[in-house]
Write a protein that binds this ligand. Structure first.
Ligand code: ADP
Ligand code: ZN
Length: 363
């Protein structure tokens, strides 16, 4: 079993991220050291529950625990107050108390929602992350952010609530649809671009065979998760270091918004990284051959399919929401070399617009 220790500054206890194919079937023993009370609550969306709920519940029951399964509708729509309230009432009905652990079994949505609920129910319950999407394994489940959405925007209500442990089983990914895999791949590539050139080399060696090669998959998940853990443990709240995780996301968010969220996160971030590599070449001294190698790697993972009818003006509007930004430029995470970051504070919007036009035009 591979393991990452995630220390939390200013506290004596951190937490562990454990990674091993099949570990979901040993969830009981993995949780035993925590001496939780027998009743544990598993929160999952209906799709994940149908595919993986029984195996996980059996594994918990086999260890003498008494698991209760609560489900939500799949997808971002579940991240609402009304779902939180319904789940909270179900917790009460089932007799949950301050020490009842909540296990999030699912992707980033379930993690955000169950994490949020567990951070506020009776002022906080112990929380465990069991991510089932690649995106959640390498990104969303690590760092302790929780959130729900409002009609006005995503993730507007949230808390920081660190899990007791994160349990990653790459075998969950066998059932993950291709489009969902791409979302996680974009974050994995991001981890390599900002911190680990070797991870990129490793990913380049396996390319789309990654999901057929379980050893390579486990190893690259481990490395990407370790990078996220390293960054957030040094900077638990939103500080300067955490900003490097925005690589590819500045323009990525603009593209998502301009597409009214029809463009999946992974593809938006992929295009954002392509643009950031070009900007890095022009503004941060990234070697053009390295920039091109990086862009080709993103394309090789099939993350750069042509953008839907996107209005470049709408993207730029999303990027320069306030006037101050229009005058002083946008902050961008750039790479002087692959694996190293620099934050450039005032990138000229005209330059961003030019790179965007090349991309949207050229594909
Ligand atoms: P993300 O992790 O990207 O934030 P979600 O939590 O919304 O995404 O999960 C994306 C979709 O994938 C949901 O419809 C969810 O039910 C489904 N899903 C999650 N994990 C798996 C899995 N291991 N196999 C199949 N489908 C899954
Ligand atoms: Zn992201």
């Amino acid at each position: 079993m591979q393991e990452i220790r995630l220390p939390l500054p200013g506290r004596d206890t951190g937490y562990r991220i454990v990674i091993e194919p099949g570990v979901r079937l040993r969830l009981g023993p993995v949780l035993a050291p925590f001496r939780f009370p027998p009743q544990v609550v598993v929160i999952s969306d209906r799709r994940v529950a149908r595919l993986h709920g029984a195996a996980v519940l059996d594994a918990l029951a086999a260890a003498g625990l008494a698991p209760v399964l609560l489900t939500t509708p799949p997808g971002e729509r579940a991240k609402t107050w009304s779902v939180v309230q319904r789940l909270a009432r179900e917790l009460l009905t089932r007799g949950a108390h301050r020490r009842t652990p909540v296990i999030a079994l699912g992707g980033g949505v379930v993690g955000d929602l169950a994490g949020f609920l567990s951070s506020i129910f009776m002022r906080g319950l112990p929380f465990i992350q069991v991510p089932t999407t690649l995106l959640a394994m390498v990104d969303a489940a690590i760092g302790g952010k929780t959130a729900i959405d409002l009609a006005e925007g995503k993730n507007l209500l949230g808390t920081f609530h660190q899990p007791r442990i994160v349990v990653i089983d790459p075998e969950f990914l066998r059932t993950l649809p291709r489009a969902e895999r791409l979302n996680g791949l974009a974050e994995m590539l991001k981890a390599g671009f900002i911190r680990d050139r070797d991870l990129l080399t490793q990913l380049a060696a396996v390319k789309t065979r990654l999901f057929k090669d379980e050893a390579a998959l486990t190893e690259t998940i481990y490395r990407a998760a370790a990078i996220k853990a390293q960054v957030v443990s040094r900077d638990e709240r939103e500080g300067d270091l955490r900003r490097i995780l925005n690589f590819g996301h500045t323009l990525g968010h603009g593209l998502e918004q301009a597409s009214r969220f029809r463009l999946p996160h992974g593809r938006a971030v992929a295009w954002g990284m392509v643009a950031a590599l070009t900007l890095s070449e022009r503004l941060a001294g990234l070697d053009p051959a390295e920039a091109e190698w990086g862009r080709r790697l993103i394309r090789d993972f099939d993350l750069c399919r042509p953008l839907p009818e996107l209005d470049p003006e709408a993207v730029m509007t999303a990027l320069s929401l306030d006037k101050k930004r229009q005058e002083s430029g946008v902050p961008f995470v750039l790479l002087p070399r692959l694996g190293e970051t620099v934050i450039q504070d005032g990138v000229d919007l005209r330059l961003v617009a030019a790179v965007l036009k090349e991309m949207i035009g050229g594909g």
